[in-house]
Design a protein around this ligand. Structure first.
Ligand code: GSH
Length: 206
């Protein structure tokens, strides 16, 4: 069975847990406490020299890191409709995945971690107002998109929604964001939570 090296509160790890739930894939979860530097051991660095979860260890021992690369691998390996075969539709999914890593995750996930894990430093406190401004711009862009369609790339769920849901639905943790300002995002969150395969972020059993 594949092994997911992970940390339960991580949205990056949760992207993969959520996709596995959608695909009906069983994986063994191996947890690390990133607040104690547990991803910097020699054994972990041999799997991912970048020292970060999530890492998906395949049945043959090969290891994949970078959450969105893992999403793409699993969706392609299982020929999932979450990744359309039409090249333009596929590129639209890729657009959201690249946008998430540059414009969303650093502005929404990092402040959440700093504020909820007692990880604030003087430098991070200086960066926080700018991050929050950019994070609100990202949430507004999603809200505008979702004001005219059910999901991020159109009216069907794709890998873009699996990628963006995790850090968006917990954006308020730490107090930097207020999702009441984004009603279409809230509706989208509730739609995904109501899907029959939905798995909460804290759920350890896959
Ligand atoms: N771009 C990477 C980011 C991974 C990442 O930031 N992982 C964090 C947890 S969400 C981590 O393992 N941090 C531990 C550390 O840097 O020591 C991805 O999408 O997988």
């Amino acid at each position: 069975m594949m092994i997911l090296h992970d940390f339960l509160p991580s949205g990056n790890g949760y992207k993969i847990r959520l996709l596995c739930a959608f695909l009906g894939l069983k994986v063994t979860l191996k947890e690390y406490d990133i607040t104690k530097g547990e991803t910097h051991s020699d054994a972990f660095l041999a799997m991912n020299p970048n020292g970060k979860i999530p890492v998906l260890e395949l049945d043959d021992g090969q290891c994949l890191s970078e959450s969105n690369a893992v999403l793409l691998y699993l969706a392609e390996a299982h020929q999932s409709p979450l990744l359309p075969s039409d090249l333009i539709q596929k590129a639209k999914v890729h657009q959201w995945l690249f946008w998430e890593q540059y414009s969303h995750e650093p502005n929404i996930a990092s402040p959440r971690f700093w504020l909820t894990h007692n990880a604030m430093t003087d430098l991070k406190a200086q960066m926080l107002p700018d991050r929050i401004q950019q994070g609100n711009a990202a949430l507004q862009l999603m809200d505008d998109t979702l004001s005219t369609q059910d999901f991020l790339t159109g009216n069907t769920l794709t890998l873009a929604d699996i990628c963006l849901f995790p850090y968006t639905h917990v954006a308020e943790e730490g107090g930097a964001y207020d999702l009441l300002n984004y009603p279409h995002v809230q509706r989208w969150i509730n739609t995904i939570k109501a899907l029959n395969w939905y798995l909460p972020i804290t759920h350890a059993t896959l």
